[in-house]
Design a protein around this ligand. Structure first.
Ligand code: FES
Length: 183
């Protein structure tokens, strides 16, 4: 894994023409690839650009958009802006922290969700608003947020099986209707 990361980072640095002035762009590309900034990637950036590692860490921790820890499979974001706050966003954050066993800024122990808050998602009329992987869910309550999370928790295979079952039962129903009509 580490060797692969180093190879990928070397390529990203080359794509940015080894320009230390483009450090943010390099970090953005690394994060786009891994969803966070692996330590070995930052070490390689430091080596390739001859930039002190503490400067790279300072930059990575200054911007909220950079993550130094692995992220969950799904990004769950609660809007805590004024319009959502007055409609109970705080209760949604509490409920999600309880369900996912992590605080905002953290990742659930099963690595399925990362939980974050944001100031406004631009959909104030729908408040309180939650997004999961960028999909907006509006007028959220503690109960509905539970249902949303459960939907993402279902393993892919199980979802496909259920869809298959539904299609099968629809086909059987259509067949029996046709039979009944032909009698
Ligand atoms: S305050 Fe929540 S979407 Fe604007």
């Amino acid at each position: 894994m580490a060797a692969k990361v180093v190879g990928t980072v070397k390529q990203i640095v080359r794509d940015h023409k080894r320009d230390p002035g483009d450090l943010i762009g390099i970090l953005q590309d690394i994060q786009a690839k891994y969803r966070y900034l692996p330590r070995e990637a930052l070490d390689e950036v430091s080596k390739s650009l001859k930039v002190p590692i503490n400067r790279i860490y300072a930059l990575s921790t200054f911007f909220r958009a950079f993550y130094l820890e692995p992220r969950g499979k799904h990004d769950c974001v609660v809007c805590t802006g004024t319009a959502c706050h007055v409609r109970g966003a705080g209760r949604i954050v509490d409920e999600l922290s309880r369900l996912l066993h992590c605080e905002p800024g953290g990742t659930s122990p099963d690595k399925l969700f990362s939980l974050d808050t944001v100031n406004c998602l631009g959909a104030c009329a729908l408040g309180p608003v939650v997004t999961v992987d960028g999909n907006i869910h509006g007028k959220i309550t503690a109960r509905s947020v539970r249902r949303i999370i459960q939907k993402y928790e279902k393993p892919e295979g199980k979802k496909k099986d259920e869809a298959k079952k539904r299609r099968g039962s629809k086909r059987a129903k259509a067949k029996s209707t046709r039979k009944a009509r032909s009698k």
